[in-house]
Design a protein around this ligand. Structure first.
Ligand code: AMP
Length: 483
């Protein structure tokens, strides 16, 4: 997993005057990686590897995948801005608590999408933001008596740990809101200059009446929509904050108009503009983000230069639900990823998630996960002896993945491949789905290693060392990675 950052050359925590802000704006413009001009940001190069089809494995031509876009409301052939390259942005977590199975669903789906596209030979730059400045973080930090950054860094580390445990390692680069304040302010300045935003006593707002494509993504009647922000001085109740004035403790920055912090939506467009440009291929997230978040992103980005559409493929995952309701932190009906992993392996959880199509709601039930576990066990039990290539089974798998990432059909194909004994395909496709379909001879060993890694992470070195000593006695030498 890439935890490194593309360390921006412009990383300031405060701006003191307007000239400084304009200078930073100019600098941040020249800082944009030229992904659209042909060369990718360096981390993507490092991270875009993954498995690619081996000789003899059926490989579809480039550009044959079809994806549903919320924008058009149809399944469309995936035609990217540049052939053989895919630029993808997925809304990352707000880091104030542990991640739950709902998050797991969304991020497993995009992990598989990135891995599949890479497998077809495309170079994928998959960008995710980390929301580390937010009301929820401010409030939770107060409750816990810690600083905002302490809370955010801790929860972020837990998020990475959960993603790692789930085998989610397809992200090319994670970008934090708090280290992209110059980019955020640069967008605010430009939106003001274009007269699509205005300043009030409470903050700087985007004027939705200036944007002709408003409401296109959600298809919502503008009059019926409700704004989250209540500010009497707004021109239209639907206008949303780009910058909020005030003192918000540690995460407060100077701006040319007064101290404050970014609004909810601007970090995503500031980050995506910096690394992907003003137009890119895929934007993902859960269904709940379509309105107002993604609508606001479109309004901001498209108002900057008038490039439409900012993104052609808006891919939204359905909710993971509990008794019909979205699993969420606020409803308190959530199971954390780490708790689920105490009972089920990451393979079982991924298999369970991928048994449903990503756009359908998915009921999280004990029975559902148990059935998934049995299904996976069955595949492993059947797939014992290698009987060579099953071309038809392979085609069925690829066809399913190409058809709007139809993972339930792909898993049905996997069962066929297991029955026919095409172990090569099971291994290869297992890497795309992040699931081990083959029973490992060395499973007990890797389980022991996982247990030791967990013990070391919890600083229980005595037990970890004891296991290690016994392993060495048994002739198994292991090297521990640095903590
Ligand atoms: P959050 O940290 O709540 O902003 O969520 C991060 C991502 O997880 C967003 O794309 C959400 O839409 C997604 N998400 C949150 N809860 C669920 C859920 N119950 N089912 C599917 N996706 C979810």
């Amino acid at each position: 997993m890439n935890r490194g950052r593309l360390t921006g050359k412009v990383q300031y925590n405060s701006w003191n005057d307007r000239s400084n802000s304009l200078e930073l704006f100019m600098r941040s413009q020249t800082d944009v990686p030229v992904w659209q001009n042909g060369s990718m940001p360096s981390p993507a190069k490092r991270m875009s590897g993954g498995s690619t089809p081996s000789a003899g494995v059926l490989r579809k031509g480039i550009g044959t995948m079809e994806l549903y876009s919320t924008l058009s409301g149809t399944v469309e052939p995936l035609v990217t801005l540049q052939p053989d390259r895919v630029s993808m942005f997925v809304c990352g977590p707000t880091v104030y608590d542990y991640s739950h199975l709902g998050h797991a669903r969304t991020y497993v789906v995009f992990d598989v999408l990135a891995k599949y596209l890479r497998w077809t030979g495309k170079e994928v730059f998959y960008l995710q933001n980390i929301t580390d400045v937010d009301d929820k973080i401010i409030n939770r930090a107060k409750e816990e008596g810690v600083s905002q950054s302490q809370l955010a860094r801790k929860c972020e580390a837990e998020y990475f740990r959960d993603m790692h445990s789930l085998g989610i390692d397809g992200v090319s680069y994670y970008a934090h809101a708090t280290t992209h304040i110059p980019e955020i302010l640069s967008q605010v300045i430009r939106l003001l200059a274009r007269k699509v935003a205005y300043v009030t006593g409470a903050g700087i707002y985007f004027n939705v009446d200036t944007f002709e494509h408003n409401g296109e993504l959600s298809g919502q009647n503008r009059l019926k929509r409700v704004s989250r922000v209540t500010d009497e001085t707004k021109r239209n109740p639907l206008d949303f904050a780009l910058w909020k004035f005030g003192e918000f403790g540690e995460y407060t920055w100077d701006s040319p108009w007064g101290r404050g912090r970014p609004g909810w939506h601007i970090e995503d467009t500031a980050i995506s503009e910096r690394y992907l440009g003003q137009q890119y291929d895929i934007h993902g997230g859960g269904l709940d983000l379509i309105f107002p978040h993604h609508e606001a992103e479109i309004a901001q980005m498209e108002s900057l230069e008038g490039r439409h559409p900012m993104v052609r493929y808006w891919v939204h995952t359905g909710f993971l639900t509990v008794q019909g309701e979205k699993m969420s932190k606020s409803l308190g009906n959530f199971i954390t990823i780490r708790d689920a992993l105490k009972t089920w392996s990451k393979d079982v959880l991924r298999y369970f998630i991928l048994l449903s199509h990503y756009r359908s709601p998915l009921q999280a039930t004990e029975e559902g996960i148990r059935n998934a576990s049995r299904g996976l066990e069955h595949i492993r039990a059947v797939a014992q002896k290698d009987a060579g290539v099953n071309q038809e089974g392979r085609k069925a798998f690829v066809d399913a993945m190409e058809a709007d990432l139809n993972t339930p059909a792909a898993l049905a194909a996997i069962q066929g491949l297991a029955t026919s004994g095409d172990l090569g395909a099971l291994k290869e496709y297992g890497e795309i789905l992040g699931i081990n379909f083959l029973r490992e001879e060395s499973a007990p060993l890797s389980i022991l290693q996982d247990v030791r890694a967990e013990l070391r992470a919890r600083k229980q070195f005595e037990v970890a060392d004891m296991i290690r000593a016994r392993m060495v006695d048994a002739g198994i030498n292991i090297t521990d990675p640095p903590l």
